[in-house]
Ligand binder design. Sequence first.
Ligand code: CP3
Length: 343
Amino acid sequence: MAAKRSVLKVLSGETVFPPPIWMMRQAGRYLPEYRETRRRAGSFLDLCYNPDFAVEVTLQPIERFGFDASILFSDILVVPHALGRDLRFEEGRGPMMTPIDDAEIAALDGAMFHVNLEPVYETVRRLRAKLPQETTLIGFCGAPWTVATYMIAGHGTPDQAPTRLFAYREPEAFARLLKTLTDHSAAYLIRQIEAGADVVQIFDSWSGVLDQSCFEAFCVAPVAEIVRQVREVHPTVPIIGFPKGAGANYHGYREKTGVTALGLDWTVPLEAARDLQRKGAVQGNLDPLRLTAGGKALTDGVGAILESLGKGPLVFNLGHGVTPETPVGHVETMVKTVRSALG
Ligand code: CP3
């Protein structure tokens, strides 16, 4: 039997030093081999739905850097896509969807949901078979609030004003949308776990734009329900919650949602991060732009995190995804710096 995967040890509350490391968006445009596969695959969605290509790009950063975890290559917006909503990715503009209205929310249809997502499940099965034993495979979904912001606005916005207004003006339709996304996201994670995911992460990238009561109703409650539904079937699979930008709302998030570990964005002060770590594992939280800049900005940032959080359960990561401009050499430096750290 291989040694327990280091990421799983940390998620169960053990301290491992140097900490295990992976990066959000580790398969992506900063890697020349990703850009090459992407050219062959065609569109971004063709890449996501073709298991040959999706497996290839998922493995690229593992082969190059030997990260301790591999994250399934896909996108959070395949969930609304599998519910019948249109989706395109435009170069330089990101995701584009037709904004959904009340009648379309009521008509969302899950009949083909798992059939449409079968290529993703096949990608997970092949990945678990191909990855080194010691590498943890992470599945994921978007949190209902974050997915809803793209469905309602039709694209990314800086403050999610269209979705906040919709939620205030059409509370019943909005609650119905969150409920549909919650149930389908839980079912999606359960299938990923059954296909071989060791851990799942719930990305709530836009949780930082809500007032307290909306944060509780739109972020905390749906994620708590996803965790409940997943745990009913798979009681021991670790779940990482990443309420990006939640600020003071990070406090209590683990307890209220039931997630195993907290993904921290780079604005969380290290002292607050240490408090959060007293209750269980944390993941993060290097500013991705320190990695883009490299040099002292990078080594100082890595050093500060290791010093503050290295004595407890820590999965080293960025505070958000790696930028496409990041030099590959800076990633090598980050990995080397973390792995050669002395406790
Ligand atoms: O982390 C990984 O390596 C796994 C793959 C992954 C992608 N998207 C690939 C991707 C994951 C986990 C996501 C999650 C995702 N997608 C989130 C939550 C995390 C976050 O970044 O906040 C969100 C909000 C999305 C929606 C999305 N997808 C946006 C806003 C964009 C455009 C921004 C951009 O970087 O272009 C995407 C496209 C996308 N998803 C790319 C990748 C590699 C770039 C597409 C390309 O190759 O052209």
